[in-house]
Design a protein around this ligand. Sequence first.
Ligand SMILES: [Zn+2]
Ligand SMILES: [Zn+2]
Length: 153
Amino acid sequence: MTQEVQIDSKWREFAEARCADVDARLTPARWAVYTELVASARPLSAYELIALQESRQGRKIAPLTVYRHLDFLIRVGLVHKIESTHTYVSCGHPDHGHESQYLLCSNCGRADEVESETLERVLNEMADKHGFQTTKSVVEMTGLCVDCSTVEG
Ligand SMILES: [Zn+2]
Ligand SMILES: [Zn+2]
């Protein structure tokens, strides 16, 4: 028996719009992977995702198919990959294209997506100065989030 994850309907609209951009279909399998990430409070590894999907759908799932769905979701901008921890997180604002920066808590595992136009400009200027053509820019800061850094004595 399949249990569907309950998430806000705005995510469905985002997902359908991003798929329409590339003339792709939001298949049930893609949607299932996406909702798992939206519902999760922290980024998930591919294996955590597979395990969650398997228990939800009550059947074995080939890892390769999950990777394929993740690649698709990343390509259309619904999901970001956190390079330093090899995990995946749903984009907090998939209504516009953007580079993402992340604040990663090493204690609770939470990942906050932040957007800084200033930082993007600085990085672009730096690359330009070196005649460098950037294909991908990764900014991930590791440390303690506000909750974890304010632990009472
Ligand atoms: Zn994003
Ligand atoms: Zn934390």
